[in-house]
Design a protein around this ligand. Structure first.
Ligand code: SF4
Length: 406
């Protein structure tokens, strides 16, 4: 049985202010580059000649030790801690709900405070433990402007982009809940990789189109990959796009992370329906951008995501066309059995058909693992994310249970 966690132990750390409180005017230090953090400290009255050293101290406490309260920064004087606390915040998202699937997948519903006149917002973040790795699927937007027809998030209108602090905050909070910081312990019974880091990979594959929030995603990922902090190698960070072609070269040049493409169809006619951004940037333009992706090599292949929809995109002719399209691109194909959600217009392909499809693609030389559905019982699988409040607003909790029972 899946479980929803009692979050009373989350009060062990200083609780973030309730999201219904008025938005604090304090600036968050999370997600800032070292330069911007230094400038913010100087602006706040820290002598310029101390700024670099203070940034180093703060960076270590925030990203290596994982503290979320200035009071815990033992090598910073009491007066300075108080001054920092008065002007800045380092709080993380409020955890509204934590659910654990029978397969160990965890899903958090996070709430961020309002910005200006807006309301507090909620997003979901998912942790997928596997043998030898732990992947965190991070959201970049609240809702999405794109309306991919197989995706539950696509039915939720865009509320706003997430700030760098809110993207980094998802990583920090997940690590905190998993006990993945020094002096922290992993919750009893938690399913995590048997060795190595508990969060070893980050995929920008949660809610939203990351390339429509480019600057904030870039800032956040540069903090996540900083070698003296969270220190995730860029080869362990994957950005997934539905195909915002003009931003793809820039992503490779400026972020240097691994790329995944939400492909899902091999003809423009079908992709126009499944991934409507295709009408703007059709398959040929997308493939050209992939072929030219900076740093592309056999060691740095592009992942193509392909959701298996019964009778829609799962024929062997589709598989052959997929192989033809990807010719010359160092690629891996992730076949994703469709994960249903309430009201979804598709069915998952039959397992035998998925295997036949995979075999054909494999024979053509492309690794094409069939992604085992994870976290379906807590609605955490690919394409199923949505703010819980949105889900409840639609009154579809019962429909959810019916859908996942299929
Ligand atoms: S697949 Fe991604 S881009 Fe498409 S609707 Fe869902 S969240 Fe948006």
């Amino acid at each position: 049985m899946s479980a929803t966690i009692d979050l009373s132990d989350a009060t062990a750390r200083p609780r973030p202010a309730a999201a219904s409180e008025p938005a604090a005017a304090k600036r968050s230090l999370l997600g800032l580059s070292r330069e911007d953090m230094g400038a913010a400290l100087i602006e706040a009255g820290i002598p310029a000649k101390q700024a670099k050293m203070r940034v180093q101290q703060l960076w270590h406490w925030l990203y290596v030790r994982g503290v979320s309260d200035f009071g815990q920064m033992a090598n910073v004087s009491k007066d300075l801690r108080a001054a920092l606390d008065e002007q800045f915040e380092i709080r993380r998202p409020e955890i509204v709900e934590e659910q654990i699937s029978v397969d160990g997948t965890r899903k958090w519903l996070f709430r961020f405070p309002s910005r200006g006149a807006g309301r507090p917002v909620e997003i979901e973040t998912v942790y997928i433990p596997e043998e030898g790795r732990g992947t965190l699927c991070v959201s970049s937007q609240v809702g999405c402007t794109l309306t991919c027809t197989f995706c539950h998030t696509g039915t939720q209108r865009l509320v706003r982009n997430l700030e760098p602090s809110e993207i980094v905050g998802q990583v920090l909070t997940a690590r905190e809940r998993l006990g993945d910081f020094p002096d922290a312990s992993t919750p009893q019974g938690a399913i995590v990789p048997s060795d190595g880091r508990l969060v070893s990979n980050v995929v920008m594959m949660g809610m939203g189109e990351p390339l429509y929030n480019y600057d904030n995603v870039k800032s956040a990922l540069s903090v996540v990959s900083d070698g003296d902090g969270l220190a995730l190698s860029k080869r362990r960070i994957t950005l997934s796009t539905s195909g915002v072609v003009p931003m793809i070269p820039k992503t490779g040049e400026e972020m240097g992370v691994m790329l995944a493409i939400s492909l899902h169809a091999v003809t423009d006619e079908l992709r126009d329906v499944l991934v409507p951004i295709n009408k703007k940037y059709p398959i040929k333009e997308l493939m050209d951008a992939c072929r030219a992706y900076p740093g592309l090599s056999n060691a740095r292949r592009i992942t193509f995501e392909y959701v298996m929809l019964k009778g829609v995109n799962d024929s062997l002719a589709d598989a052959r066309e997929l192989v033809r399209l990807l010719k010359g691109i160092p690629a891996k194909i992730n076949l994703i059995p469709f994960n249903p959600w309430p009201g979804s217009p598709y069915e998952c392909s039959d397992w035998e058909q998925i295997e036949r499809f995979a075999e054909l693609v494999n024979q053509a030389g492309y690794a094409s693992p069939i992604r085992t559905p994870r976290g379906r019982d807590i609605f955490a699988a690919c394409g199923q994310l949505k703010s819980e409040s949105e889900r409840m607003k639609r009154g579809d909790r019962l429909a959810l249970e019916a859908a996942v029972a299929v």
